[in-house]
Design a protein around this ligand. Structure first.
Ligand code: HEM
Length: 336
């Protein structure tokens, strides 16, 4: 039986203005922290930026052959691993961890007005399959409160009430407690949905390396561990999608609910052997740092869905503009 197609988005009449204000809040925090160099408003610190390949696999089931997944093909890609905070801080601090993948040379019409002919498709993910915040309003409330960690609980209680604030704090702490493993053995989830042709889906990256606890407490221990692996051998992840089933099990607008539906592997992400500490590796990392990873860098068939995704449609462009990010690449530059 094909996946369900009766998913819907609920778009509030005033949400575009709210999301524009959220983007301003993030931009103000970004400006405040970026007195010397303006970094990303969130995920400011890269653990590592590397080159990669993204291969769409052959013989996919008919329902999975959508957009860039319609035909088997090998694409060049770049990957940035990051800590979630808006400031550059030690890897030893508890935080959200992200992966951002930019696939190059992807044909088809893209969704951002004025960028329809762009040749990139981005995938952004974190370590949890759901998030504690119900919507972008709660997300921004939490980000604002986290600007002064000591006051976070009080600020959250004032904004959301005791019950909801405590629920969110409990859930954030639980996410931080998921033991850190090597980035090569970390599973990453989109946590939010996207269109998948006529269907809706979430994606996840499942690592091929066996779980290896990360014990280092150095400020750069997370990236350093992956560097050591990549000097010796390639690191792979399976890129899998899971489909919307119904509004209860797989809600589009409520990201606090983890989708438990089956995954199908549609692609493979490979970080080939490379030395990120070499002059070439450093050039790549610098280039990756300049890029703009954005879930809305997407084909029409893979358009992001849901309240928090729509909020990201405002926030990412504001952040990338403020830091003067590079234009979308047409092809991978040559590194010496
Ligand atoms: C819950 C799902 C989310 C996930 C999985 C996610 C993931 C990520 C990742 C991995 C990055 C780093 C990208 C890079 O390496 O360049 C990032 C950056 C960022 N995120 Fe999110 N994010 C989420 C929600 C949001 C929301 C709701 C907002 C705001 C409304 C937001 C605003 C930002 C901003 C402003 C940046 C920096 C953009 C830049 O300057 O390049 N994110 N996010």
């Amino acid at each position: 039986m094909p996946p369900a197609t009766d998913w819907t988005e609920q778009i509030a009449a005033d949400e575009a203005e709210r999301f524009a204000r959220h983007a301003e809040v993030l931009a103000a925090l970004q400006k405040k922290r970026g007195k010397v160099t303006v970094h990303r408003a969130l995920h400011a610190k890269a653990n590592l930026g590397v080159e990669a390949r993204f291969e769409v696999l052959p013989d996919l089931p008919a329902d999975a052959r959508v957009g860039m997944f319609a035909e088997p093909k090998s694409y060049s890609a770049f990957v940035r691993f990051s800590n979630g905070a808006g400031r550059q801080q030690s890897d030893a601090k508890p935080d959200v961890r992200g992966i951002a993948v930019k696939v190059l040379g992807v044909g088809g019409k893209k969704v951002i007005p004025g960028m329809e002919d762009a040749k990139t498709q981005d995938f952004l993910a974190i370590r949890t399959a759901s998030v504690p915040m119900r919507d972008a309003d709660e997300f921004i409330t939490l980000v604002r409160a986290a600007d002064t960690p000591a006051l976070l609980p009080f600020k959250l209680i004032r904004a959301l009430g005791v019950r909801r604030a405590l629920q969110i704090i409990k859930s954030v702490v639980a996410g931080f407690k998921v033991p850190m493993t090597s980035l090569a053995s970390t599973t990453y989830y989109s946590a939010l949905p996207m269109k998948y042709g006529p269907y809706a889906a979430k994606f996840a990256l499942f690592p091929n390396d066996a779980a290896t606890p990360l014990t280092g407490r150095d400020p750069t221990s997370i990236g350093d561990e992956l560097v050591a692996r990549l000097r010796e051998r390639a690191v792979n992840y399976e890129f899998r999608v899971q489909f919307f089933v119904d509004a209860t099990q797989t809600p589009i607008e409520d990201p606090t609910v983890e989708w438990k539906t089956d995954y199908i592997t549609v692609a493979r992400l490979t970080l080939p052997v490379q030395d990120p500490t070499s002059p070439r590796g450093k050039q790549i990392a610098e280039y990756v740092e300049s890029l703009a990873f954005d879930p809305w860098h997407a084909g029409e068939e893979l358009r992001p869905l849901g309240n928090m995704m729509r909020a990201r449609n405002h926030a990412y462009r504001a952040s990338t503009k403020a830091r003067g990010a590079a234009a979308e690449p047409v092809e991978a530059p040559r590194f010496e």
